[in-house]
Design a protein around this ligand. Structure first.
Ligand code: HEM
Length: 182
C-alpha cells in the first residue's frame, strides 16, 4: 500500500492520540519493519505490514476495528486529504458528488505510482436516493471505506447514514436535498 495511507495514520495518532515519535517507532517494529523506517507518500509498503500497523494502532488506541476506521476516515477526509489533495476537493459541492468521483480519482492518483493497486468502486444509484457502492479490492477493507465515506459526509456538513451490507457492499443514505442548496 502507498505510504500516504500510513503517513495519514502516523499524523492522526500524533495529533489526536498523543502518540510520541518513539511510540510510532514501536509500532513500526511490532509490524515487522525497521523502527527507523522513513515512509514518504509514494513509498511502497507491504500490505501485510500496513495491516499489521493498523492492527497495532487499534490495539493501543481503539476499542474496535470500526472505531479505528471511523477515526481514520474522519482524519483522512476532513483534515489530511483536503491539505494534500486540495485539487480533488475543488469545485465539489456535495458528499454524493465527491463519493461518485472516487473511482476515477483512485485510478488517476495512482496512475503514476509504481505498484499501486487502488480499490475500485461501482455505483448503483437507487430510486429513493440511496447510493449502493460496490467496493472492489483484494484487501477487504470495507469498514475503512465506510469510515472514509462518513468522514466525507462530515466534511460537507451532511449526516450520512453509511451501512456495511457485506464485505464488498456499502449503502449510503443522504439527508434530504443534501448538497442541493450549494
Ligand atoms: C482526496 C481523496 C482521496 C485520494 C487522493 C485517495 C487516494 C488513495 C491512495 C493513493 C490509496 C492507496 C492505494 C494503493 O496503495 O494501491 C488509497 C487507498 C484507499 N482508499 Fe482512497 N483516496 C481518497 C479518498 C477516499 C475516499 C473518500 C474513500 C472511501 C469513501 C477511499 C477509499 C479507500 C480505501 C478503502 C483504500 C484502501 C485500499 C484498498 O481498500 O484496497 N479513498 N486511496
Amino acid at each position: 500500500m502507498k505510504g500516504t495511507i500510513i503517513v495519514c495514520l502516523r499524523d492522526m495518532l500524533a495529533e489526536q492520540n498523543g502518540q510520541s515519535p518513539n511510540g510510532w517507532k514501536d509500532m513500526l517494529a511490532a509490524s515487522g519493519m525497521d523502527r527507523n523506517r522513513v515512509i514518504l507518500l509514494s513509498t511502497d509498503v507491504d500490505d501485510g505490514q500496513t495491516l499489521a500497523l493498523f492492527g497495532e494502532a487499534q490495539k493501543r488506541y481503539f476499542k474496535s476495528h470500526e472505531e479505528l476506521a471511523n477515526a481514520y476516515g474522519h482524519y483522512w477526509s476532513v483534515i489530511y486529504a483536503p491539505k494534500i489533495y486540495t485539487a480533488v476537493y475543488k469545485g465539489v459541492k456535495s458528499a454524493r458528488d465527491f463519493l461518485l468521483k472516487m473511482d476515477k480519482v483512485h485510478v488517476q492518483v495512482t496512475e503514476t505510482m509504481a505498484n499501486a493497486r487502488p480499490p475500485r468502486f461501482q455505483y448503483e444509484e437507487k430510486e429513493n436516493g440511496d447510493l449502493v457502492v460496490h467496493y472492489i479490492s483484494a484487501r477487504g477493507l470495507v469498514h475503512l471505506y465506510a469510515g472514509l465515506a462518513r468522514g466525507i459526509g462530515t466534511y460537507f456538513g451532511e449526516k450520512l447514514d453509511v451501512k456495511v451490507l457485506e464485505n464488498n457492499r456499502v449503502s449510503i443514505q443522504f439527508p434530504a436535498a443534501a448538497g442541493k442548496a450549494a
